[in-house]
Each structure stands twice: as structure tokens, then as C-alpha cells.
Design a protein around this ligand. Structure first.
Ligand code: HEM
Length: 288
């Protein structure tokens, strides 16, 4: 019996530890996403996105993060089933339990967030993994640089026939690019498929990163998606509020003196973070 209890507590601590990691991730993710609101045609956001997509420490962090999400979900399901099975009279009488009101709904609010993550990954993350078609962009400055390098090679006779033909085709395609494929600043080609990027910029661009700025703008121009995201952010608030209180309890921090402070921190975090996320769809729906 003691062994079962010990195993259960260990799982609860692990659930809390993975949860804590996710709590630390959210403000970082929010900070980067808030760059979407700058009126600079997405420059800040693309730079932040580029840093996050290429930095090796961030790449390791991303793997740990995805593992934490998965393990947090698996442990939550496991512990909930274990709890249900440990309550033999659950179908007969609905007694008033000591379980706080919100904690009974954690598995459901968590389930909604997990479903949201599937949708969210289809919207964004799977594009990065090339599992879903996305939108791409290329900076004119970068393309110009590449053309200049190739022009020098052409003058020095370093390009074979196939490379010369490819360069000509690229030049022709780019000179006929339609105005709606240029952004407001005229600094970037936007709204391109990966095939178009290669057509305009050549094979050197085959590892181009997705343009999450254009994709977010397009996603939130769709009111159904914006509404789904907004509803999920409210649910996320409830989940986070109870999660922080529960985490403190698991870490042994519940004390008459500290509990009110922890409760305030939970309210602060659970309101501020989802509200910050909610500003983004609201901004694209009503301001942009
Ligand atoms: C308006 C709100 C949001 C926007 C615009 C947004 C945007 C994005 C984008 C563009 C990516 C891909 C980034 C990349 O891989 O380089 C991403 C990934 C991700 N998002 Fe969000 N996100 C939002 C809210 C959320 C929320 C509320 C959660 C958690 C409940 C979340 C969890 C994740 C996770 C786990 C990843 C994959 C890891 C990563 O790439 O960093 N996102 N999001």
C-alpha cells in the first residue's frame, strides 16, 4: 500500500514538474507573439522567430518542451483514472467531497487545451516540420545578394549551362512577380508557397523558414479560428489558476502564511498570460 502511495506521489510530483516547465514556457511564447503587434510589417516577429528557429539551445529546449507536454498529459490521464478507480461508490451517491471545485474540472480543461494544441500544431508547428503546407516569405535584400553572387560567378564562367538556365528562369520569374506578393514595405516577398520560393529564389532557399507573421495574420482574419482561440484562452486561465495553487501544494508550500500570496500569484498569472495571448486575435480582428 505504502509503495502504491509512494508511486502515486512521485507521479504527482512529476506531473507538477512538467507543469512548472510549461508555466515557464508560456510567458516566453507570449513575449515573442506580442512582437506580432508591432507595426513594422512583421520584422521584429520574423527576427525573433528566426532566432528561435535557428538557436541550438532553443532547439534542445523545444524537444524538452514537447516531451514535457506529452508526459504532463499522459500522467494527468493516468492519475485521473487511478483516482476514479479508487472511488468505488462513484456511480451511487454524489457525496460532497473535499476536492476543491476547480480541481474536479482540471482533466476537462486540460483536455480542451490538449485538443487546442493539436489544432495549434496543425496551424503552425507542423508547418515547420513540413507536415502541413504553410506560407513563406523571402527578403528582397537576401535575394539581391544571392543574384549578385551568381552574377559574379557567371562573369567568371563558373556556372555550367544548367545553372545558367536556372538563373535566367529565376530572374524572369522574379521580374514578373505580382504586386500582391510584395509586403507594404516592399522589402519582402510574402504569401509564397515553398515551391514559389524555390522558383523565385532558387534551390539555396529550399530550407526557408515558414512566415508565421503572415500565417498568424491570415489565421486571425478568420473569425471562427479567432473565436476558438479566445474561448481556449479563457479555459487556459481556469486551468492555470488551479495548476499554480496545486503545484504549490505538491511542493509543500501550502501554509496559512503563504497560501494567500500563492493564490494572488495564481490569479495574476492566470489572468495576465491568457489576456496577453487574447490581445493577438483581437488585434488582428479589430485593429489590423
Ligand atoms: C495568440 C496566441 C498564439 C499564437 C499566435 C501562437 C503562435 C505559435 C507559433 C507561430 C508557433 C510555431 C513557432 C515555432 O515553432 O517557431 C507556436 C508553437 C507552439 N505553441 Fe503557440 N501560439 C499561441 C498560443 C499558444 C498557447 C496558449 C499555447 C499553450 C497552451 C501554445 C503552445 C505552443 C507550443 C507548445 C508550441 C510548440 C513549441 C514551439 O515551437 O515553441 N501556443 N505557437
Amino acid at each position: 500500500m505504502k509503495l502504491i502511495q509512494f508511486a502515486s506521489i512521485t507521479k504527482k510530483i512529476a506531473l507538477a514538474a512538467f507543469g512548472l516547465f510549461l508555466l515557464l514556457f508560456l510567458p516566453v511564447h507570449l513575449g515573442i507573439n506580442l512582437c506580432l503587434l508591432r507595426d513594422d510589417g512583421g520584422e521584429w516577429y520574423r527576427n525573433a522567430s528566426h532566432f528561435m528557429g535557428t538557436n541550438y539551445i532553443v532547439k534542445v529546449f523545444e524537444i524538452v518542451l514537447l516531451a514535457s507536454v506529452l508526459l504532463h498529459i499522459c500522467l494527468a490521464i493516468y492519475l485521473t483514472i487511478e483516482n476514479w478507480l479508487a472511488r468505488p461508490v462513484r456511480y451511487k451517491v454524489r457525496t460532497k467531497t473535499k476536492t476543491p471545485f476547480m480541481s474536479r474540472y482540471m482533466i476537462w480543461t486540460g483536455g480542451i487545451i490538449a485538443c487546442f494544441l493539436v489544432l495549434h500544431f496543425i496551424n503552425f508547428y507542423f508547418v515547420k516540420l513540413d507536415l502541413v503546407q504553410g506560407k513563406y516569405s523571402a527578403s528582397i535584400e537576401q535575394v539581391d545578394k544571392l543574384f549578385q553572387q551568381k552574377a559574379i560567378k557567371l562573369q567568371q564562367g563558373e556556372l555550367n549551362e544548367k545553372e545558367q538556365a536556372a538563373l535566367m528562369a529565376q530572374y524572369q520569374a522574379i521580374s514578373q512577380i505580382s504586386p500582391e506578393k510584395m509586403d507594404k514595405s516592399q522589402k519582402n516577398m510574402v504569401n509564397l508557397t515553398k515551391e514559389e520560393v524555390i522558383q523565385y529564389c532558387g534551390e539555396d532557399f529550399k530550407h526557408v523558414e515558414p512566415d508565421f507573421y503572415t500565417m498568424s495574420k491570415e489565421l486571425f482574419a478568420n473569425k471562427t479560428y479567432s473565436l476558438i482561440y479566445l474561448v481556449v484562452f479563457v479555459v487556459l486561465g481556469f486551468h492555470l489558476y488551479h495548476a499554480i495553487n496545486s503545484l504549490a501544494q505538491t511542493l509543500g508550500l501550502s501554509h496559512r502564511k503563504y497560501s494567500p500570496i500563492i493564490d494572488w500569484i495564481s490569479v495574476f498569472y492566470a489572468v495576465l498570460v491568457p489576456l496577453g495571448f487574447a490581445i493577438i486575435p483581437l488585434w488582428f480582428m479589430f485593429v489590423k
